[in-house]
Design a protein around this ligand. Structure first.
Ligand code: AP5
Length: 193
């Protein structure tokens, strides 16, 4: 099962991917988590990405694609994956299409988690108070939402045009949203093909 989760920052992609990874037995691959790990480790890549992430902007396509290719080459991704945070613009969507074609691993499903902006702002504000994530301050969140509207919304249109997009309402309890996603996944979900 190869699944892409799309949604605005704070829509619940990471939360749902963590649940889905348990339910489906395939890894959760988050480009945001990979980048945060590089920042925490102080690698060259992490040092380059840090300021860009803290400003709520997108890290360069080359850096993120390189990281993703490396992660997809790990053995646990052979059985499938849940991609969270990639692709985020049309160039990344094209790169992913080409990469998966080369690996003969087509996507099974692209799920858009829909949450109104005000619900997102409230959720992320509450996480900022508790965890202090650098890019969760209200001004940066507003910028991340505008980057999503400008650069990631066309990716949604791309998958819609290909007939691959499915949408779920992301408002409600984490369990309720998970149930909605599980209900629309292809029948092969949970099997490793
Ligand atoms: P990334 O880590 O991908 O962050 P994001 O998508 O902007 O946002 P979040 O992780 O905050 O949102 P989420 O949808 O995963 O929601 P979550 O489950 O956490 O990216 C961070 C940065 O890295 C980017 O800005 C960019 O700089 C860089 N980057 C990453 N990928 C890149 C790429 N491909 N190209 C270039 N740059 C890239 O939930 C949010 C909060 O809501 C949590 O507190 C959670 O507990 C809560 N919550 C979740 N679900 C519910 C629910 N149902 N009800 C109530 N609360 C809920």
């Amino acid at each position: 099962m190869r699944l892409v989760l799309i949604g605005a920052p704070g829509s619940g992609k990471g939360t749902q991917a963590e649940r889905l990874t348990v339910a489906l037995g395939i890894p959760h691959i988050s480009t945001g988590n990979l980048l945060r790990a590089a920042v925490a480790a102080g690698t060259k890549l992490g040092r380059e990405a840090k300021a860009v992430m803290e400003a709520g902007k997108l890290v360069s396509d080359e850096i993120v694609l390189g990281m993703l290719e490396q992660r997809l080459a790990e053995p646990d991704a052979e059985a499938g994956f849940i991609l969270d945070g990639y692709p985020r613009n049309l160039a990344q969507a094209d790169a992913l299409d080409r990469l998966l074609e080369r690996l003969a691993q087509p996507l099974d499903s692209v799920v858009l988690i829909e949450v109104p902006d005000q619900v997102i702002i409230d959720r992320v504000e509450s996480r900022f108070r508790i965890e202090g994530r650098a890019d969760d301050d209200p001004e940066t969140v507003r910028h991340r939402l505008s980057v999503y509207a400008e650069q990631t919304a066309p990716v949604v249109a791309h998958y819609r045009a290909l007939g691959e997009l499915q949408m779920v309402d992301g408002v409600g309890s984490v369990d309720a949203v998970l149930a909605r996603i599980m209900a629309i996944l292809p029948a092969s979900a949970g099997t490793t093909d």
